[in-house]
Design a protein. Structure first.
Ligand code: HEM
Length: 173
């Protein structure tokens, strides 16, 4: 007996227009380098402040805020991409999702990338907030340095780099 279909068809229903998909993936992909540079600057200035070489003001303090804004922008774009990735691969069917979870290429983005990046973004938020609340400059620098370094390592491990065999088709930008 044919099963009842909500929209009268079982063809994929939710696809982003091609131009928008390419634009958003292109942005998400290139934005990684802005995040990596900001994180690096936050780590270096945080370290210098923790050693008493700099006050926790101006450039050092702003680096933390810019990094947080940059990852939040990436999170918003990522959430939209995530929704359409699920729609594209699973048509929002539980059975297809279970099937796809067996595919390393899908699982790597749908699970590893998502969890890794969410942890890194939370660490950046905690680091920024702890540094802002610290009353001693060296302590603020230490917080920014430590949390941002942990986030950088997790981000580097969670990016689907083209040198990974399952992501070889993805570009560097
Ligand atoms: C610091 C945070 C993040 C960085 C640096 C990052 C970086 C990247 C990179 C470099 C790609 C490969 C793009 C390409 O194919 O050229 C990618 C793909 C993707 N990211 Fe992220 N990402 C971040 C956070 C997130 C978050 C939080 C989500 C979900 C909520 C997300 C969802 C996705 C999805 C769904 C794709 C695959 C897009 C597709 O091929 O359809 N990302 N990400």
């Amino acid at each position: 007996m044919p099963h009842e279909l909500l929209f009268g068809s079982d063809a994929p229903t939710m696809h982003m227009p091609d131009v928008l998909a390419r634009g958003m993936i292109g942005f998400h992909s290139g934005w990684r380098y802005i995040i990596l540079l900001l994180l690096l600057a936050g780590i270096i200035t945080g370290w210098q402040t923790s050693k008493g070489k700099k006050p926790f003001t101006g450039f050092t303090k702003r680096m933390g805020m810019f990094t947080m804004i940059a990852v939040d922008i990436q999170l918003i774009v990522g959430l939209v991409l995530y929704f359409f990735l699920l729609a594209r691969y699973t048509d929002m069917h539980m059975g297809k999702l279970t099937d796809q979870m067996r595919m390393p290429e899908f699982r790597s983005i749908a699970v590893d990338h998502l969890i890794g990046m969410l942890i890194a973004i939370i660490l950046i938020h905690i680091g920024y907030s702890k540094a802002k609340k610290a009353t001693v400059d060296a302590v603020a620098g230490k917080k920014q340095f430590g949390y941002f370094l942990a986030a950088l390592i997790i981000i580097l491990l969670s990016i689907p780099w083209p040198f990974m065999s399952i992501h070889a088709w993805r570009g560097w930008f």
